[in-house]
Write a protein that binds this ligand. Structure first.
Ligand SMILES: Nc1nc2c(ncn2[C@@H]2O[C@H](COP(=O)(O)OP(=O)(O)OP(=O)(O)O)[C@@H](O)[C@H]2O)c(=O)[nH]1
Ligand SMILES: [Mg+2]
Length: 447
């Protein structure tokens, strides 16, 4: 067994383990640690979006998405078919792929049309903006267990051609949009076709000038066996490289491995084949995704815990503020009632002499007598004094109303929930090391 075949076999056996790690991470976002807490578990996403925490959190994708771009007949669909070991995509010399097709693994063979595809991949919601895309969007689901297919979503794109060919949608813009949302982009050049056609070069330039895409690009010359003579192959290789030189960034480190689909009958072919390299770039992307998802998981847990601490601290402060607001409110209302008492006593003092004339005996009482005595003075300044007390009453009432604005705080139930969130998140965080260990096992690396 050759070294590369051996390593591929190992990777194939380890693929389910990698997939398991990716799936477990997603499960932690969707359901949390199932069966862990007696009151039922919650996923990180629900915890983050709970009414108490109100955070936005996106769960990391379970699979790596890999878009294949290239000129018409570059062998894009054939490569995807070879990778999954199934003739899922139509291939041939005619323009076969006119739209975008997602090829993904699932329990059984199924085809989804545009509308269903948009719903299946929620990140595609904005992809509908491209007029004419929906009828040209598909998902092919296959139960294949080949290679690392369980961890990859392939995206087959329309073949790029010049001339009369008109696309049902803006192909350049659609590829650029997709480039932002995928993890890696393979660009295939066909040595016997229109590898360097204007449209292909336009797409390559645009991708190279689009920051979200540029780091994801990998170039390959496909169908290397279609050119029999070595020196012809070299000539085409130089021609493609020269054409690309002015269009690609980082051109000094440019590398264009050549590959071809190995003959089905297994007959030996003397032409060197870098198809393993294509698979290795996919595997590398899968590994990067696992590492990124594990990192994001840790960061998200830390963010949730920090958010819990923040909302609790804010709540404490709010409760203290509410208390002082209440105290001031009570004070203002007290002052307002004192002002109203003053107003009432002013009125009483003012009208007391006329009452005393009627009820002379009642007015003989000492306290009332002194009021009667000051009554002329009150009568003289009555308007002024009553206006002041009325203004004071209005002012204190208003201040009381303004101050008594109690802000909402957490109920006991809310506080209990936040405590539960903290416990669940900490437990999820504790599983991170176990996930790393499982991931290291997939690499065959021992610590
Ligand atoms: N010799 C050789 N032929 C290949 C190879 N890969 C694909 N082909 C042939 O090239 C032709 C085009 O292949 P497709 O896979 O349909 O190419 P495509 O890039 O998907 O084409 P469009 O969808 O039209 O853009 C088919 O006849 C394939 O059999 C290869 O590695 N070697
Ligand atoms: Mg195709």
């Amino acid at each position: 067994m050759t070294k590369s075949k051996h390593s591929r076999l190992q990777e194939e056996q380890l693929a389910p383990a990698t997939e398991k790690v990716l799936r477990q991470i997603t499960t932690l976002y969707e359901q949390g640690l199932v069966g862990d807490s007696p009151g039922g578990s919650m996923g990180l996403q629900d915890i983050a979006q709970s009414p108490q925490l109100q955070m936005t959190m996106r769960k990391p994708r379970k699979k790596v998405s890999c878009m294949v771009v290239g000129n018409h007949s570059a062998g894009k669909s054939s490569f995807i078919n070879w990778y999954i070991g199934e003739g899922i995509q139509k291939t041939g010399v005619a323009i076969e792929t006119r739209g975008f097709t997602f090829v993904t693994s699932g329990k059984k063979r199924e085809t989804l049309t545009g509308e269903a595809t948009i719903r299946f991949y929620d990140f595609l919601k904005d992809f509908q903006q491209f007029e004419g895309i929906i009828p040209n969007l598909f998902t092919e689901i296959s139960p294949s267990k080949e290679k690392n297919f369980a961890c990859v979503d392939w995206i087959d794109t329309p073949g790029l051609v010049d001339g009369e060919m008109s696309y049902p949608f803006d192909v350049l813009k659609a590829i650029l949009w997709m480039a932002e949302h995928v993890d890696m982009i393979l660009i295939f050049f066909d040595p016997i076709g229109q590898a360097t056609c204007k449209r292909t070069m336009e797409v390559v330039s645009a991708l190279n000038n689009y920051p979200p895409a540029v780091e994801k690009l990998h170039y390959f010359m496909s169908k290397a066996d279609a050119v029999e003579k070595e020196h012809d192959r070299q000539r085409v290789l130089i021609q493609i490289t020269q054409n690309l030189a002015t269009r690609i960034r980082n051109s000094h480190a440019f590398n264009l491995p050549t590959f071809y689909i190995p003959p089905e009958d297994g007959s030996p072919c003397p032409i060197p084949n870098a198809i393993e390299e294509v698979c290795q770039s996919v595997d590398k992307s899968i590994n990067m995704t696992v590492q990124r998802n594990l990192r994001v998981l840790k960061e998200d847990c830390e963010n949730i815990l920090a958010r819990c601490n923040k909302v609790l601290a804010d709540d404490k402060q709010m409760k203290a503020e509410n208390l002082s607001r209440r105290m001031y409110g009570i004070l203002y209302y007290l002052l307002a009632s004192l002002s109203s008492c003053l107003l009432v006593s002013l009125v009483v003092t003012r009208i007391l002499p006329s009452i005393c004339n009627v009820y002379d005996e009642a007015c003989a009482h000492g306290g009332v007598r002194s009021l009667v005595r000051i009554s002329p003075a009150v009568a003289e300044h009555f308007m002024f004094l009553s206006t002041i007390s009325l203004v004071l009453f209005g002012f204190f009432m208003l201040m009381g109303k303004i101050t008594w604005r109690i802000k909402p705080v957490f109920s006991k139930r809310d506080l209990k929930k936040i405590d539960e969130y903290r416990v669940m998140t900490k437990k999820i965080m504790e599983t991170e090391q176990g996930l790393y260990d499982e991931y290291f096992k997939t690499l065959g690396a021992e610590r």
